[in-house]
Design a binder for this molecule. Structure first.
Ligand code: ATP
Ligand code: MG
Length: 137
């Protein structure tokens, strides 16, 4: 099965809705709670990044026999230095983002700790962050 959700930039009110929908669906489908927790943490971080750092985009996720693949796709401005962006504590968040509780520079480190694979494909035209979770048989 697969699902797609739109994510609007700067929409703090809705930030987190997509990852919480994914969490509920996976629990409803009977996936292991520990796995669902990892998916929820990683997808929340990726979703918030689309809201606060990008021009907006969407999330698409697909469950197959052996894995769950969740992609967060946005339309720019891209991440100039992915290696730096993945470093704990590194952030370009604004003062306003900090006041809203974001910008600790821990989103990517949390994704890397929670997902089996984090793949980032980025250019000025947009960023795709793919989170992959292996399903044990
Ligand atoms: N979708 C994106 N588009 C453009 N830049 C991004 C995107 N996602 C992350 N970044 C860049 O990577 C940096 C690090 O992201 P990360 O999620 O680790 O930290 P943060 O979002 O700044 O803070 P936190 O996630 O702890 O609230 C961001 O500050 C931003 O510069
Ligand atoms: Mg973040």
């Amino acid at each position: 099965m697969s699902e797609k959700y739109i994510i609007n930039a700067m929409d703090m009110e809705s930030a987190g809705i997509v990852s919480s929908k994914i969490k509920k669906q996976l629990l409803g489908l009977g996936f292991d709670r520990q796995l669902v927790r990892r998916v929820a943490i990683a997808s929340y971080e990726a979703e918030i990044n689309v809201v606060i750092h990008s021009f907006g985009g969407y999330c698409v996720y697909e469950i197959s026999d052996d894995k769950i693949v969740i992609k967060f796709v946005d339309t720019g401005p891209g991440i100039p230095d992915v290696k730096k962006a993945m470093t704990a504590g590194w952030s370009t968040a604004s003062k306003k983002d900090n006041e809203a509780g974001f910008g600790a520079g821990m989103g990517f480190p949390n994704m890397l700790n929670s997902a089996d694979i984090v793949d980032v494909d980025t250019s000025e035209k947009g960023t795709t962050v793919s989170l992959i979770f292996n399903l044990s048989k």
